[in-house]
Design a protein around this ligand. Structure first.
Ligand SMILES: *[C@@H]1O[C@H](CO)[C@@H](O)[C@H](O)[C@H]1NC(C)=O
Ligand SMILES: *[C@@H]1O[C@H](CO)[C@@H](O)[C@H](O)[C@H]1NC(C)=O
Length: 356
């Protein structure tokens, strides 16, 4: 339930929620909210999706077969955001109020907003590329430009991940929100566009080579290889590092160009792969509807850690409560001929600490 609320906040798909829809959410992320059975199969479905801006609706109609991947990308992005932020005060989730998350995302151009934009655009690029590689789409397939024999002596398979296609579609679809007349060239839209791009770079900058061996009993006499994307978990980890090192920027007009430049001129300029933000984050200690903070009351913390997951920082100095908990695990598993595994149940007694 909670996760679904989070997604709503991210944005507002169902008509029911329209009235609550924050003007500035990353609304297309609402696609993640569609049930997994519901598939976007026709141009009519595009018309019925309420989270999209006009330009996105047009793209949806032209690329209906890619839209399920957009949906998957949105879902993965939210899951991965929650995974990367599980042990921080802001944990990428929202509850009860439909718009909590939307406020973080939008009102201020914080680091958290930067991360959400980056991971979302990466989610779409990753999912679309994956779908292309599966060979089931009309519009795209593998990248067949990488082929022949490599200097290292292996054979390219001719079916590399088509990251160029995936990022191009992500750029067209995700960035469309920032191209409207009202938003164009505002400091905030420059920030969003930059972070959207940084998200896609977190894939492109980390492409790898995967190989398969052929030969008698795995001897690997012959290898075929292809360029492959990093796992989405790795993309999340890359972006979390960018979050930690994000640069605070401001808009600067140079001639007719609007650019984002570091607020502190002594800092080295950010690259296309870095995240940028314009507003300090709230401390997220107390619930606050204005900022979208849920507060950290009741959050589990680590008594011995000095980092942000430690009780001192997580609980903002308020102190914590300790209670014994019992964790039941399968253990001492034995394989029985043939063929099953039998395990014992073991109990582990631990203390759980939660913030006051
Ligand atoms: C995130 O934090 C809120 C409160 O701070 C809590 O209610 C929620 O369960 C947390 N979500 C996850 C996924 O841990
Ligand atoms: C708590 O933090 C300590 C020190 O950082 C770490 O070694 C330990 O694994 C953490 N415990 C849990 C349950 O995460």
């Amino acid at each position: 339930m909670q996760r679904e609320d989070a997604i709503f906040c991210f944005l507002g798909l169902a008509a029911l929620y329209l009235a609550l829809r924050p003007a500035e959410c990353v609304q297309w992320l609402a696609l993640a909210k569609m049930s997994s059975q519901a598939s976007i199969q026709s141009a009519d479905t595009c018309e019925a999706l309420t989270g999209l801006v006009k330009r996105q609706r047009r793209l949806c109609k032209k690329n209906v077969e890619l839209m399920d991947s957009v949906k998957v990308g949105a879902l993965r992005a939210i899951e991965e955001c929650q995974n990367q932020f599980a042990n921080r005060r802001w944990n990428c989730s929202t509850s009860d109020t439909k718009r909590l998350f939307g406020n973080v995302i939008l009102k201020q151009g914080t680091r958290e907003a930067a991360f959400v934009h980056a991971i979302s655009s990466a989610g779409v690029a990753h999912a679309v590329t994956r779908a292309c590689s599966s060979g089931q789409l009309q519009k795209c397939g593998c990248d067949r430009t990488v082929r022949g024999r490599s200097p290292e002596g292996f054979e390219w398979s001719g079916c590399s991940d088509n990251i160029a296609y995936g990022t191009a579609f992500s750029k067209a679809f995700v960035d469309a929100r920032e191209k409207g007349k009202k938003r164009r060239n505002t400091a905030r839209s420059l920030m969003n566009l930059h972070n959207n791009e940084a998200g896609r770079r977190a894939i492109e900058d980390h492409m790898k080579v995967d190989c398969k061996c052929h030969g008698v009993s795995g001897s690997c006499e012959m290898r075929t290889c292809w360029r492959a994307m990093p796992s989405f978990r790795t993309v999340g980890k890359n972006l979390k590092e960018k979050f930690d090192g994000a640069t605070e920027v401001q808009r600067k007009t140079v001639g007719t160009r609007n650019d984002l430049v570091p607020l502190n001129a002594q800092f080295k300029p950010h690259t296309e792969s870095d995240l940028v933000y314009m507003a300090a984050s709230p401390d997220f200690c107390e619930p606050d509807k204005k900022t979208g903070s849920l507060g950290t009351h009741g959050r589990v913390c680590n008594k011995t850690s000095k980092a942000i997951d430690g009780c001192e920082l997580m609980c903002c100095g308020r102190g914590y409560r300790t209670r014994p908990i019992v964790i039941v695990e399968r253990c001492m598993c034995k394989f029985h001929w043939c063929c099953y595994v039998r395990c014992k149940k073991c109990e582990r007694h631990l203390d759980e600490h939660t913030c006051l």
